[in-house]
Design a protein around this ligand. Structure first.
Ligand code: ADP
Ligand code: MG
Length: 691
């Protein structure tokens, strides 16, 4: 029986009544398998006795057995508190039982108890405020092996989870079969799965637990890599359509370059060449283009689109927001229309009357390059000959759209762009089937944005600074976490601040307001006025986070900055520093700052390097949430951390490659689970339908 087949409810275990089950459900534990996959967050080594005296001397947690010598009470009324005095033969310790008066009955004077906990000398008394105590039988010593410490939720006791996990292990866990092919498991010196589960929940020593965790992590990474490898193989099996299409239009790319007021950077040239070479190979391209905000990815995308058009195909560029899609369409109109490229703009908001002719034109091949939102790939959109699909800010899209897109019109080349650089290890994990191109350098003349942190209450100084920039002809953004007033009124919001800035702070200086709830027409006109410079500052929510490109803007003010994630802050800061003028980013934070919030702001102040920030983000948050991975569904890693376990990941990649490419025999019947994974991954998962 495979672990994932243990789908019986945890309520099947003795001791798991309705209230315990409800609490486990809050932790996402519904089945026996869920419980067995619940990794302890730590282990407590109680394999050795640590008497009170030794604990005091060494600072180690005590782990001892003693006799209850007295009950003391102190305080009055509701704060009346019990102290249990325990003598273990080396010293007497006072266990302070805050809100645990019930312990008096369980541990009467004269009874024997096992005690574990941290001790401190207070008021000349050896005290423990956080401790565990349980009745000890005559002759029972303190040695209790290594105990798992599980993550809990309100009202769920450590002891309860321990007992249930032990039962699940005894009744089911020991019968769990291996999933990783035995040959590979042995090659890598990994324990059988049943053994790993046992060592996870009831390890003989801390090393055994460590080993079990690595084995389980390896298994996850192995499946993931099998999947990724298989996806790559499936893609390689579908030939790209490279036949010459309708009358090709040569020379579009050189003509675009001629028209530009600047030269491509060396990195732009390099990645453009990589992409162009890919687009001539017999297999469809699947390439991720990484480049920090402002590094000039749009132009590279346009060059790729022109390459597609030159060979008689169509190109499509999908952006995550309407705002960004429109901006790209405008840039395309400016740069590409003069070359005779036929453009179209398609979003979900288009009315039927204008949508129908547009779809007809796309299907007839009368449009060369279409830009828009995910509407580009909805069911009813047909292409005459889609040669290239570009996804901008790809981390904003789920994997589903990525796949829906690659199924349009045979096997188009796929170019995904992201400004949230993904650390290499993670890129391999998730995008192991993609080639990666990276733009590292910025266009010349850019100065790093200067970042200042300001505490809430000191905004006036920030506003004054910005005023100077505004009067010197520069522009500014003010970003808030909310559109309109919060119930509690404790947060500033964009609407109120737009009024405040207009009336009190910058009277006479025209400013605008933009957020997702405004009608499209208004969004468009505000954005246009800001781009043209008629509006000097823009009050916004995070709608301006991705892609917005207004070169004259030199100030980015984010209030309640602690409410934004690191990736979002980096993206917001990327809205400025887009010209040769010095730019500034002000992060205004509130007093009650969490540890994490502090780390984020500190990181922002210390570096403008998106790669470094992404690594830091990963350290702060863990990998699960990063870069759209949370949406990817297939990646619910319980044990593995692709950054910490980079070595395991590499091993898993090798093993998976070996299996998928050379050793399909290992996939034969007994390895049902791998089969299932493969079926899901091949050729393009069925999950993309009905998305
Ligand atoms: P991102 O990579 O964040 O999408 P963009 O493509 O929006 O960046 O480019 C940022 C700005 O830099 C744009 O205004 C663009 O015109 C400009 N730009 C792009 N390439 C160059 C270059 N080689 N030299 C100077 N400016 C450039
Ligand atoms: Mg961009």
């Amino acid at each position: 029986m495979y672990l994932r087949e243990l789908t019986q409810s945890v309520s099947a275990l003795k001791g798991a009544g309705p209230s315990v089950c409800a609490r486990l459900a809050r932790l996402g534990v519904y089945t026996v398998a869920d419980l067995l996959l619940r990794a302890p967050r730590a282990y407590e080594d109680r394999s050795r006795a640590v008497p009170f005296r030794e604990a005091l001397r060494t600072g180690l947690p005590a782990n001892t057995v003693g006799v209850v010598t007295a009950h003391d009470w102190f305080g009055y009324g509701r704060t009346r508190t019990l102290k249990i005095l325990v003598d273990d033969g080396t010293a007497v310790a006072a266990l302070v039982c805050f809100n645990r008066a019930f312990l008096a009955d369980r541990h009467p004077v004269g009874s024997r108890s096992r005690v574990t906990g941290n001790l401190a000398l207070r008021f000349n008394e050896l005290q423990a405020a956080s401790f565990e105590i349980e009745a000890a039988a005559e002759g029972q010593g303190p040695e209790a092996g290594v105990l798992p410490v599980y993550p809990l939720t309100d009202g769920l006791a450590q002891g309860t989870v321990r007992k249930l996990a032990a039962r699940a292990l005894a009744e089911y866990g020991r019968r769990v079969e291996d999933e990783v092919p035995v040959r590979i498991r042995e090659l890598r010196g990994l324990p059988p799965k049943a053994r790993a589960l046992e060592d996870l929940h009831a390890p003989g020593d801390p090393e055994a637990a460590e080993h079990a965790l690595r084995a389980l992590a390896y298994e996850e990474l192995f499946y993931l890599q099998v999947l990724v490898r298989r996806r790559a193989a499936a893609r390689a099996e579908r030939p790209a359509d490279r036949s010459a299409g309708p009358p090709a239009r040569a020379g579009l790319r050189p003509r675009l370059l001629e028209r530009l007021p600047f030269r491509l950077t060396a990195d732009q040239e390099k990645v453009a060449a990589e992409i162009a070479a890919d687009m001539e190979k017999p297999r469809p391209m699947a390439r991720l283009l990484q480049g920090d905000v402002g590094s000039g990815k749009t132009l590279v995308a346009f060059l790729a689109a022109l390459k597609a058009v030159e060979s008689g195909g169509q190109a499509a560029l999908m952006a995550p927001t309407e705002l960004l899609a429109r901006q790209h369409a405008q840039t395309a109109a400016r740069l590409l229309e003069p070359l005779g490229v036929r453009l179209a703009f398609l979003t979900g908001n288009l009315r039927d009357a204008s949508r129908r002719p547009l779809l007809a034109a796309l299907a007839a091949g009368e449009v060369d390059f279409v830009l828009g939102t995910h509407a580009l790939f909805s069911e009813d959109v047909e292409y005459r000959r889609l040669a290239l699909a570009i996804v901008d800010e790809q981390h904003r899209f789920g994997v589903l759209q990525r796949l829906a897109l690659s199924r349009k019109g045979g096997a188009p080349d796929l170019l995904m762009m992201t400004a949230t650089p993904i650390p290499r290890t993670l890129a391999l994990t998730v995008y192991g089937d993609l080639e990666v191109s990276t733009i590292r350098t910025m266009p010349p003349g850019r100065k790093p944005v200067v970042t200042h942190l300001a505490r809430h209450g000191n905004e006036a100084k920030v506003y004054e600074f910005v005023r100077k920039e505004l009067t010197e002809g520069r522009q500014a953004y003010f970003v808030y976490p909310l559109i309109s007033g919060s119930e509690a009124g404790s947060l500033k919001d964009a609407e109120a601040m737009a009024r405040h800035l207009a009336e009190e702070v910058y009277p006479g200086i025209p400013g605008g307001l933009i957020h997702s709830r405004l009608p499209d027409e208004e969004k468009r006109s505000v954005m246009e006025a800001f781009t043209r410079g008629g509006l000097r500052y823009l009050v916004a929510t995070s709608v301006v986070e991705v892609g917005v490109d207004v070169a004259a803007a030199t100030c980015m003010v984010v209030e309640h900055a602690e409410r934004f994630g690191l990736a979002a802050l980096h993206q917001l800061r990327g809205r400025v520093g887009r010209s040769e003028a010095q730019s500034y980013c002000f992060l205004v934070y509130s007093r009650d700052l969490s540890e994490e919030g502090k780390r984020r702001l500190k990181a922002m102040k210390e570096t403008t390097d998106g790669f470094a920030l992404a690594e830091e983000d990963l350290r702060i948050r863990g990998p699960g949430e990063i870069a759209g991975i949370a949406q990817s569904g297939s990646l619910r890693l319980a044990f593995a951390d692709p950054v910490r376990d980079a070595d395991l990941l590499e091993t898993a990649r090798l093993d998976a490659a070996g299996i998928v490419d050379r050793d399909p025999g290992l996939l034969e019947p007994e390895h049902r689970v791998i089969r299932e994974v493969l079926d899901r991954a091949n050729p393009f998962p069925a999950e993309s339908s009905g998305a």
